[in-house]
Design a protein. Structure first.
Length: 285
């Protein structure tokens, strides 16, 4: 007996050029997140200049990627779905943020990226965080890093291998849990050099070799963020395990009805048969 088939829908088609742009954006994103290992604070005249410069770089990269995705193919139905899910995610985020690391924004992002494809997941990650930042007043230099991190959480969910039934839900739950830890690990890099006394053994110290600097960061992340990241990872795990099957079914039913990438076909006009009277013109009585 075979299990149910898994519907893979591409709500936003990614062209080869857009795929290349996303790959370059991923590289620049990693560079931006790991800026403390590349540029020391004070290099550009101010201690806070490097994260701001890389934050602006991320905004530019996100704009380029989104424009490429839109040019590749986003129709009105995909745009409407994107707007609805962005609003839902923006409304869900304030319900859990700030309490023991509970984040309710990621599980919907993972499930939508799984069903509607990597392009949709990437775009939804950007728009969800941007909308929620406007609602909660969370606009700041950290917002580009959060948008970029969520964008790749949604995109990678759409690139996971095929699975069905309980195996798919379990795979998504594990991925959601791991992405919760990875998101926190990357976001902490953006403010680590400014968060502790320089005399601390886990503080950022310019000039150290990469290995020793990275060991300091690992100790900092474990000491200051592990509990918060565990709350995020646990929330993703529980929400996907409990609500995942119903949400996946709902998303796939909507995808079947929407038929995002259905081809448009034009019918040739029927030729009149021989001997048939021509149709009267509008001017004729």
């Amino acid at each position: 007996m075979t299990g149910p088939t898994t519907l893979r829908t591409t709500a936003i088609r990614i062209s080869p050029r857009a795929g290349l742009v996303i790959a370059m954006a991923a590289f620049l994103g990693v560079v931006a997140f790991f800026w403390p290992f590349l540029v020391a604070p004070g290099t550009f005249g101010s201690n806070y200049a490097p994260p701001l410069i890389f934050g602006v770089l991320l905004v530019i990269v996100l704009c380029v990627v989104l424009s490429e995705i839109a040019e590749g193919g986003i129709n009105s139905k995909a745009l409407a779905m994107l707007g609805v899910l962005s609003a839902v995610n923006a409304a869900l985020r304030p319900l859990g943020a700030g309490t023991a690391g509970i984040e309710t924004v990621f599980f919907l992002l993972v499930l939508a990226g799984r069903v509607y494809g990597p392009g949709f997941g990437f775009t939804l990650g950007c728009t969800s965080l941007f909308a929620s930042a406007l609602i909660t007043g969370g606009v700041g230099p950290w917002m580009p890093y959060q948008m970029f991190g969520c964008a790749f959480v949604g995109m990678l969910a759409g690139l996971l291998p095929r699975a069905t039934g309980r195996r798919e839900v379990l795979m998504l739950a594990v991925y959601g849990s791991l992405s919760g830890y990875l998101f926190g690990f990357l976001l902490n890099l953006s403010f680590w050099p400014f968060s502790l006394d320089p005399n601390s053994s886990i503080a950022y110290l310019p000039g150290l070799p990469f290995t020793e600097q990275f060991q300091r960061y690992l100790a900092f992340d474990l000491a200051t963020s592990l509990g918060w990241d565990t709350g995020r990872a646990f929330t993703n795990l529980v929400c996907i395990l409990l609500a995942g099957p119903a949400v996946l079914t709902t998303f796939r039913r909507a995808a079947r009805k929407a038929r995002f990438q259905a081809p448009v076909r034009f019918r040739k006009p029927a030729r009149p048969t021989e001997g048939a009277a021509p149709a009267p013109s509008p001017s004729e009585g």
